[in-house]
Every structure is written in C-alpha cells, then in structure tokens.
Design a protein around this ligand. Structure first.
Ligand code: ATR
Length: 274
C-alpha cells in the first residue's frame, strides 16, 4: 500500500518539504506520496485523529504546531521534550511518536563549515522556537553559547533555562550587547516579518565584525541582508537552505527507515531556490 506523508503547517502551501521528500521517494523507488496538510490551530485535534486512524504514516511539522502537537502524541523523545518542540511525527501501528531534527540540521550545517563545535563560541540572535532547537544542539555538541534578543528579558529567561538543563553558563543580552565569538547565528523571523528592513536597522557592522562565520536560518531569500553584508565584509557565510536540508535528512530516515539521498534532495532544492 502507498505510504502517506506530508507537511503539517499553517500556512503550508509554499513549503518546499514536498519537493525534496517526493524527489527522494522517486530516487529510492519508495511507494509513497508526500502532500500538504494545511491545518490551522482550530483544526489540529480533528486532523490528529485522522492521522491515527486513516492512517497517515508520518508528518513534518512546522509553524504554528511544533509545540501544541505534543498533546496528541503517544511518545515524545527526550531531545524533543527538552527543546519543547516536535518537527517530525511517525505513526507506528496507530501509536504516534514525536522527534525533533531541527537541532541536528543546525549542527550539521555548522559542522560542515567549522568542523567540531566543541569549545566554539557561538552567539545566537533571537529567543523564539527556532533558537531553542539551535541552542540545544550547540550545547549538546559542547559549544559555548550566548543568546541575544530584541526583548532582552526573553533572552535571559531562555539562557537560564538551558544553563540549568546542561549545567553550564549561557550568556544573554540585547542585540546591542552581543559578545564576540567564532560564529554568529541569525535565528529571528526578521526577514520574514520585515523583508525590507535595512541591515543597519537590525544590527551594527561592528557586531558582524566580531565573528568569522555568519549563519542565517532564513532561506527565502537565500542571501539575506545579513549574509549580503557579511559577504561584503569577507566573512564565511552559511545560508538557511543548509539547515533546512539537513533537518530533512534525519527526518526522512525517521519517516521511511531508509537513508536519505542527500545529493538528489539538495539538487532539487537548489534548483527551486535560484
Ligand atoms: P520562531 O518560533 O520562528 O523562532 P517566534 O517565537 O515568533 O518565532 O520568535 C521570533 C523571534 O524573532 C523573536 O526572538 C523576536 O524578537 P522579540 O522577542 O523581541 O519579539 C525576533 N524578531 C522578530 N522581528 C524582529 C525584528 N524586526 N528585530 C529583531 N528581532 C525580531
């Protein structure tokens, strides 16, 4: 029987997940289809009932459901629990299992460029859901982390929570007080919410200049205003499509129990982001 997977999100129509997962099914001759489940907050309970009974074999989960979906799962793995968010659901015989591969995605995107993250000094901008997964991955890999946010209190709260979880010091502050380090990660939704914002209005050149490597998690546009400025300043940059593709590889493995065809998935994504 044809297996059924899909992206659960709202909005979901422009997601690139169907493109890369369907390409992988084609490459590996897997009898499966990956669709779009555009479901809002109010429809989630009914939809999750469908997943269990129809059945739908697995899901990628995106905004706004990454946290609330946990209410409908039978088992949530330890990493996802600590992050407080699930981006992957697997239906095993009517039992729903939740995982988070976002932190693996950010770690892989970084390690590809800088090697081991152990002992690296990393400053993360933002204090939302994306930051939670990224910071978790960084601390798990042994990096030293600082969290900086427009609303400073949120940065302090998040830093305290993760400091307690890992038993390490986590720095925090406002976007004006970013401490120098090896890597700067942009994990706010600034380019989604205000794509026209000038880089100077978001962050000073002096902050960018405190780092060797700059990563932005936004992949539309691929070269964000921050990455454009970082390139001009001769920094190494990591584009957001890297984190997107690298969270999808372990996700594909969870959904299908087969190794993801990395090159094929990367190629089709690149073609569609040009
Ligand atoms: P997500 O779950 O995708 O991370 P979120 O929880 O809505 O999204 O968090 C959005 C993050 O982007 C927040 O850290 C937000 O900062 P505030 O806590 O101060 O709101 C940040 N953000 C959004 N627009 C921003 C902007 N124009 N400048 C700076 N930070 C911005």
């Amino acid at each position: 029987m044809t297996k059924r997977f899909g992206i659960l999100a709202y909005p979901a129509k422009h997601s690139l997940s169907p493109l890369i997962h369907n390409e992988a099914f084609k490459m590996l001759n897997i009898d499966a289809e990956y669709g779009v489940f555009e479901v809002d907050e109010y429809g989630l309970a009914e939809f999750m009932n469908r997943v269990k009974h129809e059945p739908i074999d697995g899901l990628s989960v995106s905004l706004p459901h990454k946290e609330t979906i946990m209410l409908y799962l039978d088992v949530v793995d330890d990493d996802a629990k600590k992050i407080g968010a699930v981006n992957t659901v697997v239906n095993r015989g009517g039992f729903l299992y939740g995982y988070n591969t976002d932190y693996l995605g950010s770690n892989m995107a970084l390690e590809e460029v800088v090697g081991s993250l152990k002992g690296k000094n990393v400053s993360v901008l933002g204090a939302g859901g994306a930051t939670r997964a990224i910071v978790y991955g960084l601390l798990k890999a042994g990096a030293n982390v600082g969290i900086y946010n427009r609303s400073e209190t949120k940065a302090h709260e998040l830093a305290d929570e993760f400091a307690g979880m890992f038993g390490v010091d986590v720095k925090s502050g406002s976007l004006e007080n970013v401490v120098a380090g090896d890597i700067l990660i942009q994990a706010t939704s600034v380019w989604i919410k205000t794509p026209e914002l000038k880089i100077e209005e978001f962050i000073d050149n002096e902050v960018i200049d405190k780092f060797e490597v700059i990563m932005d998690i936004i992949y539309k546009p691929r070269i964000t205003p921050l990455l454009k400025r970082a390139e001009e300043m001769k920094k190494k940059i990591i584009t957001g499509d890297k984190m997107f593709i690298y969270q999808a590889l372990p996700q594909f493995k969870l959904l299908t129990e087969q190794k993801a065809p990395k090159a094929a998935m990367e190629n089709i994504l690149t073609k569609n982001l040009l």
